[in-house]
Design a protein around this ligand. Structure first.
Ligand SMILES: [Zn+2]
Length: 289
């Protein structure tokens, strides 16, 4: 599989040689950025010149295995990791293991400016009536189950397919005020698009959720391997079923205005290890017309 790291981030800043093996002649390496903004995804690359089946990445207190592949005579694994939007100030440690060897990279956290956005929506979406609370809790369980799916095989490549052609109507990470009430961050990217427009899968994957949810309306979640998932919300129509394998660019539904919306659009979320992150820097660029 093509190595997406080189194409996307030509200048990875942090370089770390795995512990003892450097002196033994082998040169396992970890390449990672040395600082990442809250809410951003970032690529890291582990490589070794000795045969390795998989690398394990420890990030945010959990371990994630990645199958190694051969490229240019080296065994490698690439991971897309996320710096959570609510991460505390300071540094986070990324550890990679290749059999017995390990290597740690310190990654500094910084902030991007996140503007405030004021919106007006039907009041049932700001203060949901008591009779829908059980449904909202069940929706959360469904999405948590979908995001808990993990495979050590990478099915995604970067950049991701842009699912609809329209421009951005709302950025990821905006602080949102609904009908005058603060409601946290906007954890997705809104793409302008007329109702009925076909929505394409960002990458190869498996459908982990295809259902109607209270806030999200008709929603599809795809697992792309290595903890990378995408979600497509507010569809007028869902065209896939849970368990389906989908290909990069395959139509999975139609744009709509279901759930908590102000009009038809696609809300697109990228998840890295269960955390939402900004997908915009990883999307294919569209030519201005
Ligand atoms: Zn949105």
């Amino acid at each position: 599989m093509k190595n997406p790291v080189r194409a996307l981030l030509p200048a990875l800043l942090f370089l770390c040689v795995f512990g003892a093996s450097a002196s033994a002649g082998a040169t396992p390496l970890l390449e990672a950025p040395d600082r990442v903004a809250r809410g951003d995804a970032f690529l890291v690359l582990a490589s070794s010149d000795r045969p390795t089946q998989r690398f394990t990445f420890s990030w945010g207190g959990k371990d994630y295995a990645a199958d190694a592949y051969q490229d240019g005579g080296r065994w490698q694994a690439v991971m897309l990791l996320g710096m959570p939007l609510e991460e505390k100030q300071g540094r986070r440690t990324l550890i990679v293991r290749d059999g017995g060897e390990s290597c740690a990279a310190e990654i500094a956290v910084f902030d991007r400016k996140r503007p405030v956005q004021k919106l007006s929506v039907d009041k049932k979406y700001v203060s949901p009536p008591p009779e829908v609370m059980a449904r909202i809790r069940e929706d959360r369980r469904k999405t948590a189950r979908a995001l808990a799916v993990y495979s050590s095989r990478r099915r995604w490549t970067a950049p991701f397919v842009r699912p609809v052609e329209g421009g951005v109507s709302s950025l990821y990470g905006l602080r949102r005020v609904f009908n005058g009430q603060p409601r946290g961050f906007h954890k997705g990217l809104d793409l302008r698009s007329p109702a009925g427009t076909p929505i394409r899968a960002c990458a190869d994957g498996v459908v982990t959720l295809a259902d109607n949810l209270y806030f999200s309306g008709n929603a599809v979640y795809l697992d792309h391997g290595l903890g990378v998932a995408t979600a497509y919300l507010h569809m007028s129509k869902i065209l896939v079923r849970p368990g389906d394998s989908v290909q990069r660019g395959q139509v999975i539904g139609l744009v709509g205005a279901t759930g908590r919306v102000t009009g038809p659009h696609l809300h697109l979320t990228l998840f890295a290890q269960g955390q939402s992150v900004d997908i915009l820097p990883l999307l294919e660029k569209v030519e201005k017309r």
